[in-house]
Design a protein around this ligand. Structure first.
Ligand SMILES: [Fe+2]
Ligand SMILES: [Fe+2]
Length: 484
């Protein structure tokens, strides 16, 4: 259930122009799927599975509502550990390792399985020789427990804190924090055991396992592994509930609660099914609550790399100040602020081996990077009320001369808000540390940008930026040192 105690009083009023929380979170959940390389729609399918399990277990309507929201945002803290994971594996692909490790049983004592070794071999120290890579794998194996503890702590603490920030209940926050705990006490971050683990988290752990394995290896194998890990990873009562539903053919996606079959657009079908399960289907979010959700997701994006630890918020601040100097009204300002907060959502798909690379990107890496604005637009465009916002956010790397990306849009197709956002993004990026250079001062950044005015960057927006640059929060110390 969504708590209203910390939120503005108009939070639950109706407004056709505003999305409901489930409409917004079901769309943004596709961004969370990107962080650890899950199959698109993972959070949504997990939500359907988890809600069926909870119903089978006889959860109260209050617990069901808490669980519903916890399932949608269960991975909201994952980006906080991406940079650390990349460092542990020596600059390899953090998403590939995180995604592959979900299929591994890393709690068994003894030497690692062949599949675990292969996963590591394919991803550790991409620049190293065979001996260096072997040594790195041995180092990882020796420190497995402490690495797991650290990675889990980072994601669970951050996840719970963001859940509280967007006004969800303490039970929902606790469920997100306890997602990696195991029934026998071998999980993280607290090593909780049995009934001391949140019942919601126990259901979530089973539901996410089922989706991950069913997508990769089929439903029967998902059930086989579930039985095998019962009383070790998973609560035996929840496993029993899954078994019963599976036997009655009432567990999997084809029996969606709306009767929508996963046919032409599975993502659309499962999203509709999840929205239909929402405990607050008709309640529209207030403007301030939407802003809170946008700010929380800006933090998700910014947490991914130490070099961007306040990038989205910095871009939003710069964009607001430029817009204010240019006399934009409050509605356009609100639209621009949200687009700025969410403009780099698609970067959640870029591995930290690319984001944090200290040297020039090769062609393949550069094309991965260039896809991020398109992904941002696709994710945000799923929210009907965010269509214009999606266009603005998705155009932040387009340039007036048509040489930007991803669509090489010419200036005539770039709205004023898109031009402001593009300019604010460049200014913020230049005044932040990057892996390959230190931050420029505001004055240096303006001088660099001036060379692209008016050919690539809008002259009027640049004039407004030049007037307000001194009031935009200056370059902040990079936290790169903390993970180096
Ligand atoms: Fe970007
Ligand atoms: Fe950006």
């Amino acid at each position: 259930m969504i708590s209203t105690k910390n939120l503005p009083s108009e939070t639950m009023t109706d407004s056709a122009a505003a999305p409901s929380l489930s409409e917004l979170l079901t769309a943004l959940s596709f961004a969370l799927d990107l962080i650890e390389g899950a199959a698109p729609g993972h959070a949504l399918r997990t939500c359907v599975l988890g809600m069926r399990l909870a119903r089978e277990l006889g959860f109260s309507s209050i617990a069901m509502a808490d669980l519903y929201h916890a399932l949608l945002v269960k991975d909201i803290g994952c980006s906080a550990s991406s940079a650390r994971m990349c460092q542990i594996i020596g600059g390899g692909d953090d998403r590939a390792v995180k995604s592959g490790s979900k299929l591994e049983d890393w709690t068994r004592p003894g030497p690692p399985k062949l599949s675990t070794l292969r996963l590591l071999w394919d991803n550790v120290l991409p620049e190293g020789n065979r001996m260096q890579r072997l040594n790195r794998i041995l180092h990882i194996a020796r420190n497995q427990q402490s690495n797991n503890q650290e990675i889990s702590q980072l994601r669970c603490d951050r996840g719970a804190s963001l859940v509280r920030k967007i006004g969800m209940t303490e039970q929902t926050a606790l469920a997100v924090r306890s997602l990696d705990e195991h029934w026998d006490g071998s999980g993280y971050p607290q090593g909780l055991k049995g009934a001391s683990i949140s019942p919601l988290a126990r259901v979530m752990a089973v539901a996410q396992h089922l989706d991950v394995f069913a997508v990769e290896q089929g439903a029967e194998q998902a059930m086989f592994v579930l039985r095998e890990r019962s009383e070790r990873w998973f609560d035996p009562e929840t496993v029993k509930a899954a078994e019963s539903l599976h036997q009655r053919r009432a567990l999997w996606q084809q029996r969606s609660p709306t009767g929508i079959q996963a046919s032409t657009d599975p993502a659309k079908a499962v999203r509709a099914a999840v929205i239909a399960l929402s405990p607050h289907q008709t309640k529209r979010l207030s403007g301030s609550h939407i802003d809170l959700v946008c700010e929380a997701f800006a933090e998700v994006v910014d947490a991914k790399s130490p070099f961007t630890h306040r990038h989205s918020k910095g871009v939003a601040e710069a964009a607001r100040k430029i817009a204010s100097a240019m006399g934009l009204g409050p509605d356009r300002m609100q639209l621009l602020n949200r687009a700025a907060l969410l403009h780099d959502l698609g970067k959640l798909r870029v591995p930290n081996s690319i984001l944090d690379k200290p040297t020039k990107l090769d062609d393949a890496q550069w094309s991965v990077m260039q896809e991020h604005p398109r992904l941002t637009r696709t994710i945000l465009g799923r929210v009907t009320q965010f269509r214009e916002l999606a266009d603005i956010a998705g155009a932040h790397h387009e340039r007036l001369d048509g040489a930007g990306y991803p669509n090489r849009l010419a200036g005539s197709r770039l709205s004023l808000e898109a031009r402001i956002l593009g300019l604010a993004d460049v200014y913020s990026a230049l005044t932040e540390d990057r892996p390959y250079r230190a931050a420029f001062s505001p004055r240096e950044a303006l001088a660099i940008m001036g060379r692209d005015v008016p050919g690539r960057l809008d002259a009027a927006c640049f004039e407004a930026l030049s007037a307000v640059a001194g009031t935009v929060a200056g370059p902040t110390p990079s936290v790169a040192a903390n993970v180096a």
